[in-house]
Design a protein around this ligand. Sequence first.
Ligand code: ADP
Length: 504
Amino acid sequence: MPNQYVLALDQGTTSSRAILFDRQGNVVARAQKEYEQLYPQAGWVEHNPMEILYSQMNALELVLGEIKGRVNLRDIACMGITNQRETTILWDKQTGRPVYNAIVWQCRRTADMCEQLKRDGHEPLIKQRTGLVVDAYFSGTKIKWILDNVPAARELAEQSRLLFGTVETWLIWNFTGGQSHVTDYSNASRTMLFDVDKLCWDEELCALLGVPMHILPKVVPSGAMHGELAQGLIGLTELAGVPITGAIGDQPAALFGQACFSPGMAKNTYGTGCFLLMNTGTKRVQSQHNLLTGVAWSLGDEITYAIEGSAFNAGSVIQWLRDELKLVDSAERCGELAESVDSANGVYLVPAFTGLGAPYWDMYARGTMVGLTRGVNRAHIARAVIECIPWQLCDLLAAMEADAGIKFTELRVDGGASVSDIMMQLQADFSQANVNRPRVTETTALGAAYIAGLTAGVWNSKDEIEQNRQVDRVFVPQLPRQQRNELYAGWQKAVQRSLAWVES
Ligand code: ADP
């Protein structure tokens, strides 16, 4: 077997990255380009779509520079793309020019529109068809906003010249010289316009939001031939003809990159917030706890669904301790302090800085610290900060198990805060399950590479991929279940104290 390599593009919210992987899943070369965040008004977040494209091309060019003389470019079998989900771009297919900036997933400008949809009683239908709650995150209301507010968008739509895409669609369209206007099932699942059971755009929902169906991309499996890199891409001419055989949203990509291939396997990414996904197999779960469900990936005829929940504040709580309270000068120091005591001494911190998400869904909740006594010191507070992250995960996991009727088997972890041994040990103790941290933590890019490589024949089966996964460390529960249950009861009581704190 000759050396074969797979290129992965990871188009994230703050940077565009390109990584070359070998057949063993090792990183051969990587490059990253940050790009500008635009905040035109309070609560609004935009990116310049051309900057997204150029930063991504630039990162790729840097990787090419890095591997020059080391890797024969003919041995690059294929490319996979993973992306920030939901971010919405509309462009003119004749000129390739966007009609407006990309409206980023975090942007809250359509919150009122979403409230109106709920008041008008549309949420049950939307939930049932799309697996989503009605929220400004998703692309549907962002498309409507652009059509309603940018006259050029309306005009181009009337002339059938307008195209919509999430970020992977935009990149693929540009990389293929405008040949391919496609999205994969995982990204389509986040638009609020896609029927996740029938696997097609939903006419009724498109009509409800006034989205003309002809602007929507063709929906294809995550692992599929999405097109070939065109001739004449600036700086990338040597890659002309490389097939793009994988595209998948960032969180499901990480689930795949963690080799969570069987129902009940779950991964959590510990970043600013937490993103927890559990594989539910070929079964689409209808959540009773306002968790989200959708297609995680599709390879050929095989469709895998996932259930998803997130905590808004995770690593950000550690930043708060460092930057606002100035109790520690680094995230590592927070872990050391937490480790210097053997409990939080009865203190719980509920980090409801921006309200609480699943399973509580209370936008009026606010951050709360309870259980303070005269003996509490800064180490106990640091410990309560570290502990609140695994506790939030316990709530999400319990909701997922109840919804899916599946007992989760093991939690696989990644993201910036997963380097914290103490936090991972507490996660194992609190969730009474093994916590498994891989050696390669670039799981998102790796997931895209695996999807692309499986489709192109670099890997023959998911078993081969599973064998590639190298464990850095497995954290095994050490806390007796009885003790854990008592502590968890305290957490749940603390959460109750944080609910409905502000009036509006
Ligand atoms: P994002 O992708 O959301 O920007 P990252 O995956 O880069 O986030 O993770 C950054 C987060 O990880 C920060 O919020 C930081 O507080 C946390 N973090 C970084 N190092 C540590 C550490 N040693 N212990 C605990 N948390 C950490």
